[in-house]
Ligand binder design. Structure first.
Ligand code: NI
Length: 134
């Protein structure tokens, strides 16, 4: 049984590698490498997979998931510049892929280990990445 909780946050970023020239950054990342940053309305889906607890009838009380997203993700990333404000991305290019990995790692320790955790992160209406620890 899979249950999920959806959340949104807004953040700015720039795709950029400091060890590459400006020309190479533009060539690889295009306008996502614009030096003045740009924003996204990220949509996060946190999916937990496991057995229904016969006592409660829940896989997990989704309030626990809601609270973990608020404290671990929202308070860190919402209305922030990921490159400048968030130490998690000081040396890590804030692509949707890397944001999903960081998000998974932050939430994994806050959610019951007997439930398999998957993160889906929508960066635009059409682009989505999914991470489940691999
Ligand atoms: Ni972008």
């Amino acid at each position: 049984m899979k249950v999920s909780r959806r959340a949104t946050f807004n953040a700015a970023h720039r795709l950029f590698r400091p060890d590459w020239t400006d020309e190479k950054n533009i060539e690889i990342f295009g306008k996502c490498s614009n030096p003045n940053f740009h924003g996204h309305n990220y949509v996060l889906e946190v999916i937990l997979d496991g057995e229904i607890d016969p006592e409660t009838g829940y896989v997990i009380d989704l309030k626990i998931v809601k609270d973990a997203i608020k404290s671990e993700i929202d308070e860190r990333f919402d209305h922030r510049n990921l490159n400048l404000d968030c130490p998690e991305f000081k040396d890590l290019n804030p692509t949707a892929e890397n944001i999903a990995v960081v998000t998974w790692n932050l939430l994994r320790s806050k959610l019951p280990m007997h439930l398999e955790l998957t993160i889906k992160l929508w960066e635009t209406e059409n682009n989505c990445v999914e991470y489940a620890g691999k």
